[in-house]
Design a protein around this ligand. Structure first.
Ligand SMILES: Cc1cc2nc3c(=O)[nH]c(=O)nc-3n(C[C@H](O)[C@H](O)[C@H](O)COP(=O)(O)OP(=O)(O)OC[C@H]3O[C@@H](n4cnc5c(N)ncnc54)[C@H](O)[C@@H]3O)c2cc1C
Length: 478
């Protein structure tokens, strides 16, 4: 794809919205990376202050053929937010309006609001906005929608899509559109709202979202259990879900992940059984529901678990969750680079996946610590390698390909929450047939005929291995 003269087009934008265009080295550098940590500098960063300016920018970009990469917080794990084809970063982080309809509990939100701020504001009203990516302190509602973000509480409450009733935004040519409304029911026309959700900024730019909130659960309870091995832990998840347990969190840590967390902190998570596999459960609901769910859980789990700890306070619960969050950073004690995959497999095949990661570890000689959302079958498999070692890089590359093929062969998906971006483009054709990819591309071409919206993402295979990783710290790094 040949793109147009960005400088000429930019002059028009500077004239129209002079205080929104940033060309200084620092702004360009910041906007050139996301959590994939590969840098592509944009020609300019345009940080809009109001939604209608998105229309101005897109009209100009469309007529001059300039690539547009929408950006919230840039926490994408896959390179979805980096301007791989140059052009402009359209920074939406200042669109921060929040307006709650207290009759319907529908909140209308500017896409720059962070997930955590929205949750905190709703909590003050006794309401709950459940989608909770671990990046929630930084990630924006726009980024969550564009990636259909998930998180720990999806097992009970579902993903971002389940809370989006309507979207406002702009097509590639700058036309304003509304897909859905702040209404609980609406089946008018084709459902382009759901097409935009998870489309990684390739089909349109969202400026406002109408989101469903639910009442805050009255009670919450959390506990952590250790198991002899991963087989016992994952068999337990299957048994509990089958018996009607409806946890709000059900997280799994394999032995390799636990070992990393223990090495980082210098102490065992469970003194009596260091390095064991772990499950974390949160239950929530009314007091009666909690009593019933707790006894269902305890009756089965206490027969098998080799150690346990219950949270007695919110602080305890936060400490338990911190162990799970820490694992991610703790892995850097093994090697300086990680491939962080977010594959999904059928719940009953999670142990098959763990067995596969253990075999893979032996085959490629690289650590494969795995943890994640066992209640959804969405496990984060990591492959740890040292970037400077050509041999390790080669083995990591072979390992990820084997992983993706295995996951698809057992009926799984190559991504459950991070999306395709750049990093997973080589695997799209493992997951989808040629006909399916062509149908997706036909939709993309219909909505963005000039291909200016986030070009290079999802469809075109990209080799991350050919690019150096940046070394500077990102806001969410410890
Ligand atoms: C430490 C850490 C933990 C994470 N944990 C999770 C997790 O638990 N669950 C999970 O799902 N993800 C997780 N992620 C990934 C990431 O945080 C999510 O994908 C998040 O939704 C991205 O939000 P953002 O505002 O940073 O979006 P960005 O990274 O800025 O953008 C992501 C994509 O959305 C597009 N986009 C952004 N805003 C808009 C808009 N308004 N209109 C159209 N397109 C837009 C961008 O072009 C890009 O394609 C994690 C990332 C990190 C760094």
């Amino acid at each position: 794809m040949k793109f147009g003269d960005s400088k000429k087009a930019l002059k028009k934008i500077i004239k129209l919205m002079p205080n929104c265009v940033m060309l200084d080295a620092n702004s360009l550098k910041k906007a050139s990376v996301d959590n994939l940590r590969i840098a592509f500098p944009p020609d300019a960063v345009i940080r809009v202050k109001e939604a209608k300016q998105v229309g101005h920018v897109l009209r100009c970009a469309h007529s001059f053929n300039i690539p547009i990469t929408a950006r919230g917080a840039g926490s994408s794990a896959t390179g979805a937010a980096v301007p791989v084809s140059g052009g402009w970063i359209l920074d939406l982080s200042l669109l921060k309006t929040i307006s709650l309809n207290s009759y319907s509990n529908i909140v209308s939100v500017g896409v720059g609001v962070t997930t955590e701020i929205l949750q905190k504001k709703m909590l003050k009203k006794g309401l709950f906005y459940p989608p909770d990516p671990s990046s929630k302190k930084y990630s924006t509602i726009g980024g969550n929608i564009a990636c259909n973000a998930g998180g720990m509480r999806c097992v009970k409450y579902g993903v971002t899509r389940d809370y989006v009733l309507g979207l406002e935004g702009y097509l590639a040519d700058g036309s304003f559109v509304q897909w859905g409304l702040p209404l609980k029911k609406n089946v008018s026309g084709l459902n382009l709202k759901d097409l935009w959700i998870g489309s990684e900024g390739t089909l349109g730019i969202v400026t406002k979202a109408h989101l469903k909130c639910i009442p805050q659960p009255e009670e919450r309870w959390m506990a952590m259990y250790a198991f002899k091995d991963e087989k016992e832990a994952l068999k337990m998840v299957g048994r509990l879900l089958k018996s009607g347990l409806n946890p709000s969190i059900c997280e799994f840590l394999d032995k390799q992940s636990v070992q990393c967390a223990e090495d980082l902190s210098g102490k065992s998570i469970f003194k009596e059984c260091p390095g064991s596999s772990i499950l974390i459960f949160e239950l929530d609901g009314s007091l009666d529901q909690l009593i019933q769910q707790k006894s269902l859980l305890k009756y089965q789990i206490e027969k098998i678990a080799i150690a346990s700890v219950e949270a007695k306070s919110l602080k305890d619960a936060e400490s338990i969750l911190r162990i799970r969050r820490r694992c991610s950073q703790a892995m850097y004690s093994i090697a300086d680079t990680k491939l962080n995959e977010d594959v999904v497999v059928p719940i009953e095949k999670q142990y098959d996946l763990i067995l596969f990661t253990k075999e893979l570890k032996n085959q490629i000689g690289l650590a494969t610590p795995t943890f994640g959302h066992a209640g959804d079958g969405n496990l984060h498999v990591h492959i740890m390698y040292n970037r400077a070692s050509k041999s390790e890089q080669k083995r990591a590359k072979a390992g990820i390909l084997k992983l993706m093929r295995f996951v698809v062969s057992i009926g799984g998906s190559i991504t459950g929450e991070h999306g395709i971006g750049l990093a997973k483009t080589p695997f799209l054709k493992i997951q989808h047939s040629k006909v399916e990819i062509e149908a997706m591309y036909a939709l993309k071409s219909a909505l963005d005929p000039k291909g200016i919206l986030n070009p290079g993402k999802i469809f075109k295979p990209f080799e991350v291995w050919n690019y150096p990783k940046i070394k500077n710290k990102l806001p969410w790094d410890y």
